[in-house]
Write a protein that binds this ligand. Structure first.
Ligand code: C5P
Length: 407
């Protein structure tokens, strides 16, 4: 089988700005998108035009700004259907609760909503609103509908809000929005509407209050895969063991320590999962019990009694309604043989094998993978973990069963 990268970044971005106080940040976003090489056509809703002026955006984008659907001069220059066709990407930032509701309902009652309905380009929204409005059941239902339709949801961020509240609902920073949408996409939105759950890093199995059993996994590969899945348009949940890495913007992270906690965290989100990628180096064995107090150095030898920890990957693959299940196999010898055995034993859809050792894979910036699936194999050559993760995610999106890929 041949494997070619189809990564492209959007060059023509229709930026929709809706009515909320975060609209002022959209001016900076225009700059960031243009710095990244994109042409930007701005459409303001009437609400947005009460917060910021078309003149600001015209100066920054270098193009006339459109506001109303009934603007004769604007429609004569580039009508709403032409706008919809022109765009490689429609980005709505900030997206108000009202706009998300209108988009979810398929309304065409202003220029931006009409353009969204008329475009064949991917749509991304960066919500911004009060935390209570974001948490409202109606908003969450609208977001879910939009995700299922393949709309990419960027953020929102968590923190202090213009109204004085704290919580989720802040517009992501313009630099983050720009880097998310300008990152070369894997077939623009190859995983749009999909929920990808990824485990990463090591686990720690406590021996006593100060000691634990663990391994050399840095979590870098899993984090790179999470960023690549996000760039492919997926909603990503990253269940991470103890690692020293920053969460990729837009990825939901759940921190755990032990294999048992990782098992519980994975199973609490697996119901909505379309693709499960087990990149964590989960401890195979865990101490039968954790000593209440620090174990003292009283004997020459010490016996630790270990028991098998739950196999998270195999448990996901055994689910009745199972996602597309991808495992990793880190091996020091007979890489292909061991990985193939694991693929079959754990009933996986795909396994990514790599050779590990003192100078291979762990805590390095680059890696190579051998992909094996029932009836096939594909080598992904040595490259940076970020590039490798991109190829890996693209490969997965191409192998998803038709039922999963279909609308
Ligand atoms: O059996 P082994 O640990 O070599 O298999 C590696 C794969 O299984 C990885 O994908 C790892 O994340 C997963 N695994 C797991 N739960 C375990 C052990 C491994 O999910 N307890």
């Amino acid at each position: 089988m041949t494997f070619q990268s189809t990564s492209t970044a959007p060059r023509k971005i229709l930026l929709g700005v809706t009515g909320g106080i975060a609209a002022y940040k959209a001016a900076d976003l225009v700059r960031r998108l243009r710095d990244g090489g994109a042409e930007v056509q701005v459409v303001l809703t009437e609400g947005a035009a009460r917060f910021v002026t078309p003149l600001t955006f015209q100066a920054l984008s270098g193009r006339p700004v459109r506001v109303g659907l009934w603007d004769e001069a604007g429609e004569a220059a580039m009508g709403h259907i032409e706008l919809a066709r022109w765009a490689d990407l429609v980005l709505v930032a900030p997206a108000s609760a009202d706009f998300l509701a209108r988009l979810a309902a398929g309304l065409a009652d202003d220029l931006l909503a009409t353009t969204c309905l008329a475009t064949a380009a991917p749509i991304a929204v960066a919500p911004a609103m009060n935390q209570q409005m974001w948490a409202a059941a109606a908003t969450q239902a609208n977001i879910q509908t939009l995700r299922q339709r393949g709309v990419r949801v960027l953020g929102p961020g968590v923190g202090s809000q213009a109204c004085g509240d704290q919580g989720a609902g802040r517009l992501l920073e313009p630099t983050d929005i720009a880097s998310l949408v300008l990152a070369p996409h894997i077939e623009a939105g190859a995983l749009s509407g999909r929920h990808v759950v990824i485990t990463a890093g090591p686990t720690r199995e406590p021996i006593d209050p100060v000691r634990f059993l663990s391994n050399r996994s840095s979590g870098k590969m899993g984090f790179a895969v999470a960023a690549a899945a996000r760039d492919a348009g997926a909603r990503v949940t990253l269940v991470a063991g103890p690692v020293n890495l920053t969460t990729p913007v837009g990825v939901e992270r759940v921190n755990v320590e032990t294999a048992a906690q990782m098992y519980a965290a994975v199973h609490s989100v697996i119901g909505s999962c379309d693709v499960y990628i087990g990149a964590a180096a989960v401890a195979d064995y865990t101490p039968q019990c954790c000593a209440e107090n620090k174990i003292k150095k009283t004997c020459d030898t010490l016996d630790l009694h270990l028991e098998k920890s739950p196999d998270i990957l195999a448990s996901v693959a055994a689910l009745e309604r199972r996602p597309f299940v991808v495992g990793f196999a880190a091996e020091t010898n007979n890489v292909e043989g061991h990985a193939l055995a694991k693929l079959q034993r754990k009933k996986l859809d795909l396994i990514a094998a790599n050779e590990v050792g003192a100078e291979r894979a762990f805590d390095r910036e680059d890696n190579a993978l051998l992909l094996l699936w029932p009836g096939g194999r594909q080598e992904l050559a040595l490259k940076s973990k970020a590039d490798l993760a991109r190829e890996f995610i693209e490969f997965i999106s191409q192998r998803l069963p038709v039922a999963l890929v279909g609308a």
